[in-house]
Design a protein around this ligand. Structure first.
Ligand SMILES: *Cc1c(COP(=O)(O)O)cnc(C)c1O
Length: 394
């Protein structure tokens, strides 16, 4: 099997698994308990907090553990919105191609009286900082822009946007779920106030993540109850999961340069090979993208059939995001970069992992070529394109 769906989730690293098992075995006490066995678990928790903070340039007390990226996104947006409401600032700026954890929370906030501006991400899938600047109003309480897109992998000019927000005194949240552990992220250098991350996107376990909140910004609770996490996130902490997340992140951070170099090489080989397929187009900027992300549209075919046939060849890939598969709506991300419905339906996302090699890449290229050819062979859409009845877009 060639696993090329790392944007959906990653395999846990050996370090993460070993840490998870050893903590579950030896440190299963409740970190809120006062006896030694509980305090040992507390120590593990605080060591993990320190390690994670260290990787992103934060202070340990600025890290709050959550159940993952979605929860961190929800809490970040709701906290900033609550602070805005107090000041009568009810305007939020985000982008059209955010993850649904952001977009759906913004929809909910709209029903609660907030006004939302979604910025254009243009054909290359990159937000223009000057457009963020121009969209900020006196009543803007929050700007939320993702670090790297989960479908097309494009990396946003976060530092510049953060700088603008800082100057205009507007809170800046970054969904960095696809970036943390993969590309350098530093909350100080990048001028970030709130940042979401998730362990299972960097070879940690599922169901655990964190929210960074710059000192001095008050968080609102999503979950009421005990006083865990400085009273901001009730519930007994997932100690083995959190320890494993820290282990995974430390390793990802140490190997980041080496991994990125290899992945970029493999990515560019894939991009070149798939580009030989006629009437195809790469989605998102070719260079300002995650080292492991390739996303293509092939005209005249349907993404779902492509995925099933690739699965038969032992290749795990995706079209759009795992969250929208199962629905027939084309990806909101591809629509946001201007792909029309028909073209957006024929999309393929390959998010490769560090263990991929050249022969895997060549096998993927040949398989996609074969499957696209095969599907076009009996596609009525393709027939109309070839006969000139309809016009090619790509
Ligand atoms: C995966 C993902 C999320 C959601 O994270 P979970 O831990 O699965 O809840 C949020 N944002 C982005 C960009 C993602 O890729």
């Amino acid at each position: 099997m060639i696993y090329a769906d790392n944007a959906a989730t990653t395999k846990m690293s050996e370090a993460a698994i070993n840490t998870m098992v050893s903590v579950a075995n030896a440190n299963w006490g409740n970190p809120s308990s006062l006896y030694t066995h509980g305090q040992a678990a507390k120590e593990i928790l605080e060591k993990a907090r320190e390690d994670i903070a260290g990787v992103i340039g934060a202070a340990p007390r600025e890290i709050l553990f959550t159940s993952g990226g979605s929860e961190a996104d929800n809490q970040a947006l709701r906290s900033a919105a609550a602070l805005g409401r107090k000041k009568g600032k009810m305007h939020i700026i985000s982008t059209a191609f955010e993850h649904h954890a952001i977009l759906h929370t913004l929809e909910a906030l709209k029903k609660e009286g907030f006004e939302v501006t979604l910025l254009d991400v243009h054909e290359n899938g990159i937000v223009i900082p000057e457009e963020v600047d121009a969209a900020i109003r006196d009543d803007t309480c929050l700007v939320s822009v993702m670090y790297a897109n989960n479908e097309i992998g494009t990396i946003q000019p976060i530092r510049e946007i953060g700088n603008i927000c800082r100057k205009k005194n507007v809170l800046f949240h970054v969904d960095a779920v696809q970036a943390v552990g993969h590309i350098p992220v530093n909350v100080v250098d990048d001028n970030i106030d709130l940042l979401s991350a998730s362990a299972h996107k960097f070879h940690g376990p599922k169901g655990v993540g964190f929210l960074y909140t710059k000192k001095g910004i008050a968080l609102s609770n999503l979950i009421e109850g005990g006083a865990q996490e400085r009273g901001k996130r009730a519930g007994t902490e997932n100690v083995p999961g959190i320890a494993a997340m820290a282990a995974a992140l430390k390793e990802a951070d140490e190997k980041m340069k080496e991994n990125a170099l290899h992945l970029t090489k493999m990515r560019d080989r894939l991009i070149k090979g798939l580009g030989e397929i006629p009437h195809s187009a790469l989605n998102g900027d070719a260079h300002q993208r995650l080292p492991g992300n390739v996303n293509y549209c092939f005209e005249g075919i349907e993404g779902e059939s492509l995925l099933l046939l690739l699965d038969d060849k032992g290749i795990c890939a995706s079209s759009g995001s795992a969250c929208t598969s199962g629905s027939l709506d084309p990806s909101h991300v591809l629509l946001a970069i201007g792909r029309v419905h028909d073209v957006a339906h024929g999309s393929l996302r390959l998010s490769i992992g560090e263990d991929i090699n050249e022969s895997d890449v060549d096998y993927i290229i040949q398989s996609v070529k074969d499957v696209v050819n095969y599907l076009r062979g009996f596609s009525p859409v393709w027939r109309d394109l070839m006969s000139g009845k309809t016009e090619f877009i790509l």
